[in-house]
Design a protein around this ligand. Structure first.
Ligand code: ATP
Ligand code: MG
Length: 472
């Protein structure tokens, strides 16, 4: 294929500076990887620029920094032989061209200096191995030794070298292949897909953090199910999130079947991704049914049951986050809460929707009630149009009622209208069981709609309740 020129991708003055710096040092340099791929794919100029120097990347970074106004700070990672500069809205990563070889037990390669071609060979995919020259003689020329351009056209993920070796050397690439396929809507070449299945157990040497990083990127995509089905199809998912693969399958006893909760889950994740970009709400969708595997029972009278799966599932969320080295903070608690409450709106909407039921939902879900509704709407995957309509209409009703109840009673961040101190003062009580009883009774009366969430009404109610308790 004739080499093409892509000067138009390199109009930012930074590229001239890179070019000058490399000429002064007498090292060739190229833009490589994601920048070239995304530019060719979308004709958009990316902000992340990976630069490879045939020589020292760190020296090149220093030279470039010295030419930039304001002499920006360089972050140097000596162990990796890389350096990074932030300049305006650009992020420049420098690396020296290298050749890599691997040991079986580690993702960390043995590194030697190499040529551009050798550096391109060590890259994960043909579409990530393309480089644009920044050298005077051929500025803007594309170097594409593995025909990445035609893979971009065919929309395929393919490795430059033998896929078995590529994936086994650095098993993170298995996740990256699936992530890029999901992000770009590409397919993975059959040989590659087979190699991933064959080497799936190598994922064990990849750190949890890197795996989660890729899972996040998949979950951020428009249609995350693409990635999760590939993870499933190659067998990787079983190593990473066995809680999900345990949901697969349909069992039949005495003519009664339950739905396949794995494929249902993937549908829910796609649904919710149309409604929200919130990564944690997407996690909640992914995990909302994980409690169904351990709680599944068959009962002769009622058929399949998943008793308390929401509660069991929320406990499993903690274990899963912990195992995957994910943060055990308020984000995890949010996911737990969504899982724990995931059936509440649907149960509520199945019957006649009362104000007090809505008030209780808002009380329990608090500030996350809208997220919970979004999750529950995404959870409707029935193909029966009559049922689907019924649920959707009920949810519209519930949403309306939430607004009405909110306007009246402000339950979302409920603060008791009467404090414990005030109750103690009113009846000259020491801290005691009675105070708790009165407080709880006031809250219940508000949630039941017996009284509005207002001070006067609550005070009157308190006096009456105290009389019932024989306090005054
Ligand atoms: P994005 O940043 O959009 O995810 P990218 O292609 O820039 O995509 P990075 O992870 O930033 O991906 O890596 C930059 C380049 O480094 C890649 O394009 C690829 O050439 C190379 N690369 C990254 N990780 C690996 C790996 N594990 N094995 C081989 N090459 C890799
Ligand atoms: Mg990048």
């Amino acid at each position: 294929m004739p080499e093409q020129n892509h000067k138009q991708a390199l109009q930012n003055p930074i590229f001239k500076i890179l070019s000058e710096a490399s000429r002064e040092l007498g090292v060739d340099c190229y833009v490589i990887g994601g920048f070239v791929r995304d530019y060719l794919l979308q004709k958009r100029i990316p902000k992340d620029i990976d630069v490879v120097a045939v020589g020292s990347g760190i020296d090149l970074a220093k030279k470039v920094a010295s030419k930039l106004p304001g002499k920006p700070k360089i972050s140097i990672f000596r162990n990796f032989g890389t350096a990074m500069i932030k300049h305006k809205d650009l992020e420049l990563e420098f690396v020296g061209a290298r050749k890599e070889s691997y040991h079986r037990h580690s993702r960390k390669p043995v590194v030697e200096d190499g040529t551009l071609k050798e550096d391109q060979e060590r890259r994960d995919f043909t579409i990530n191995a393309m480089a644009l020259s920044l050298n005077n003689a051929d500025f803007g020329d594309l170097s594409d030794p593995f025909d990445g351009v035609s893979d971009l056209e065919k929309k395929v993920i393919r490795t430059p070298m033998e896929p078995g070796i590529t994936y086994s050397d650095d098993p993170l690439r298995m996740m990256r292949a699936i992530r890029f396929a999901t992000q770009l809507d590409f397919s993975i070449e059959l040989k590659s897909l087979q190699a991933i299945s064959e080497h799936k157990d190598r994922i064990k040497i990849v750190s949890k953090e890197r795996i989660v990083d890729e899972l996040h990127k998949i979950l951020k995509c428009k249609k995350p199910s693409v990635g999760f089905s590939l993870l499933h199809q190659t067998g990787l998912l079983h190593y990473i999130l066995p809680e999900l693969t345990a949901l697969e399958g349909i069992e039949e006893v005495e003519g009664q079947r339950h739905k396949d909760n794995f494929w249902h889950t993937l549908e829910v994740v796609d649904n919710i991704s149309k409604a929200t970009d919130d990564i944690w709400l997407r996690w909640a969708a992914l995990l909302h049914d994980i409690g169904k595997a351990p709680t599944k029972r068959f009962d002769k009278k009622i058929g399949w049951t998943f008793h308390a799966h929401e509660f069991v599932g929320s406990k499993m969320v903690y274990k899963l986050f912990k195992r995957m080295h994910m943060p055990l903070n308020e984000k995890m608690k949010f996911v737990q809460k969504m899982v724990r409450m995931s059936s509440r709106p649907i149960v509520l909407s199945e019957e006649f929707v009362t104000d007090s039921a809505v008030r209780r939902l808002v009380f329990d879900a608090g500030e996350h009630v809208d997220d919970l509704m979004t999750l529950c709407e995404a959870d409707i995957t029935t193909k029966n149009p009559r049922k689907q309509n019924k649920y959707k209409n009920n949810f519209i009703l519930v949403r309306q009622k939430i607004i009405e109840v909110e306007e009246r009673d402000h339950i979302r961040n409920f603060q008791p209208p009467i404090s414990g101190e005030e109750i103690m003062e009113a009846f000259d009580l020491k801290p005691s069981r009675e105070i708790g009883i009165i407080k709880e009774a006031i809250k219940e009366a508000i949630l039941e709609g017996e009284i509005p969430n207002e001070y006067e009404a609550a005070r009157e109610f308190m006096l009456k309740k105290a009389r019932d308790l024989g306090l005054n």
